[in-house]
Design a protein around this ligand. Structure first.
Ligand code: ADP
Length: 485
């Protein structure tokens, strides 16, 4: 199977309570690059999701009572196995998701880095001793795992979106269930195989794969034995899931949609801005929530930036992600390609101009040409919606004030980027942008040491960094009285 050395990593059953579950029916995982069948996978549903909850609940006491060092060494082992199998895991990821192999292997390294990070960070769940208002008491704060954590994850990062959540949950002493996207269950199942090899005990990390997103989602958001729910996906689905979580007042964290502005000021280093813009817009064929969605360029450098950016976009190669030297793979589905096509054609109808690209790509039905649109305004469909495709709308602006107002004129608040060399501009714009993450003269900002997350309707909670454990911990206040100090 396409150069995968360890065939045991290609699993087609859900992983519940340390064993692999076969179901009556199957669903097909297809390669978005070719439409060919990759693997037919056993279709788990509500009953298996309930089994996973039971398993995670039963394993909770054992896992939470392990020392932080014991958990750290198991997580470290899991990290090592992921890195040792980076090539195979990358191939599985490309086969089901489409991104170029080098990028897929990069995602495995990125996902694994969260496991490494939280293996260490779990040792630093410090409490507090607070001066009490009277001498007969002591105030002590301890932090404890929230309990069973359930998650639903998307197809655009089939490994990393799970690793970011599971690593923090497990390090905090929580047990974990994930329902990955039905487009990309194989990377999740390969992670389960490696978790088992690493010695992570049965019931601690469970993966349920199936097509009944709504039914399985209801269990994961409403079951009373689940303490916390964490989701990465669209804002629309996230809102429904938050409502469902209200029935049992779960702790919730959400990584939802984005509409990232990428701002180039007159004094910017244009070559650096072009490089950052290409990286932040076109990786994963534009299918990330932190991808540049609107390119704002100040009038003084509009011509120079557009010319240099177009040269760089023209040089991007499109094709099957397993072919050497490909920069942009397929889009996840034909429907998703049609959605991109409609955003482009509706914006052209509203006055935008195609600078380059602007149509489906001849490589196959799931491909779209790397595209630049000019003469775009902030209210056109291509700017107002999350594109999730390889299209850059360029919007010209005059003043700093105008661009901050336009950049913030969205319900989203995930990532933003800007390029300038003026220190005053840097501070004013960084503080003025209503986004959870801001890249300043930098187009790639995410790593395990940094807090990833959004404001406004892009969600709540943070993944990665020293803050990332907080989402999986409860604060408990101990009031110790009768001390007669
Ligand atoms: P994306 O645009 O990334 O596909 P979605 O929000 O549609 O975003 O999907 C993210 C994840 O949520 C996927 O695993 C999908 O199967 C799942 N999902 C979609 N709709 C629902 C729902 N109503 N209940 C539970 N899960 C859902």
């Amino acid at each position: 199977m396409q150069g995968i050395k360890d065939k045991q990593l290609l699993k087609n059953f859900s992983y519940i309570n340390g064993s692999w579950h076969k179901n009556e029916t199957n669903f097909d995982v297809t390669n978005p690059a070719t439409g060919e069948l990759v693997v037919s996978v056993s279709n788990a549903g509500v009953a298996e999701t309930e089994l996973a909850v039971k398993a995670a609940r039963s394993a909770l006491k054992m896992w939470s009572e392990k020392s932080s060092n014991e958990r750290a060494s198991l997580l470290r082992h899991w990290f090592n196995l992921m890195m040792e199998n980076q090539d195979d895991l990358g191939r599985i990821l490309t086969l089901e998701q489409g991104k170029p192999l080098a990028e897929a292997k990069g995602e495995i390294g990125y996902g694994a880095s969260f496991i490494e990070w939280f293996a260490e960070e779990g040792k630093r769940v410090y409490g507090d001793v607070i001066p009490a208002p009277s001498n007969d008491k002591n105030i002590i704060v301890i932090k404890q795992p929230v309990g069973v954590v359930a998650s639903i994850t998307p197809w655009n990062f089939p490994n990393a979106m799970i690793a970011r959540k599971a690593a923090a949950a497990l390090a905090a002493g929580c047990t974990f269930i994930v329902r990955p996207s039905e487009y990309t269950p194989l990377s999740a199942l390969a992670m389960a195989e490696l978790a088992e090899r690493a010695g992570i005990p049965a019931g601690v990390f469970n993966v349920v794969v199936g097509t009944d997103a709504k039914g399985m989602g209801k269990i994961l958001t409403q079951h009373p034995d689940i303490a916390k729910f964490t989701f990465t996906g669209s804002t629309a689905v996230g809102k429904t899931l938050i409502q469902q979580c209200a029935t049992t007042v779960k702790k919730v964290s959400m990584e939802l949609g984005g509409n990232a502005p990428f701002i180039v000021f007159n004094d910017a280093d244009i070559d650096a801005a072009v490089k950052g813009g290409i990286a932040s817009k076109y990786r994963n064929a534009g299918q990330t929530c932190v991808c540049t969605n609107r390119v704002f360029v100040q009038q003084g450098v509009l011509k120079e930036f557009t010319e240099k950016f177009a040269l760089a976009v023209n040089a991007l190669t499109v094709g099957n992600g397993l072919t050497e030297g490909i920069d942009i793979g397929p889009i996840i589905s034909e429907k998703a390609v049609n959605d991109v096509e409609k955003l482009v054609s509706d914006s052209i109808a509203a006055g935008a101009t195609v600078h380059i690209g602007g149509a489906k790509h001849s490589a196959g039905i799931n491909y779209y040409q790397p595209t630049i649109l000019t003469n775009v305004t902030n209210d056109m469909p291509i700017a107002a919606n999350e594109i999730f495709g390889p299209v850059s709308p360029i919007i010209a602006f005059d003043t700093e004030e105008d661009v901050i107002e336009m950049a913030n004129d969205t319900e989203y608040g995930l990532a933003a980027y800007f390029y300038t060399r003026d220190i005053g501009t840097i501070w004013r714009v960084a503080e003025g942008l209503e986004f959870g993450m801001v890249g300043i003269n930098e187009g790639i900002i995410s790593n395990a040491a940094a807090p990833f997350g959004g404001v406004k309707q892009s969600g709540n909670g943070r993944e990665g960094s020293k803050y990332g454990l907080d989402d999986y911990l409860e604060i408990k206040y101990l009031c110790m009285g009768g001390l007669n100090k």
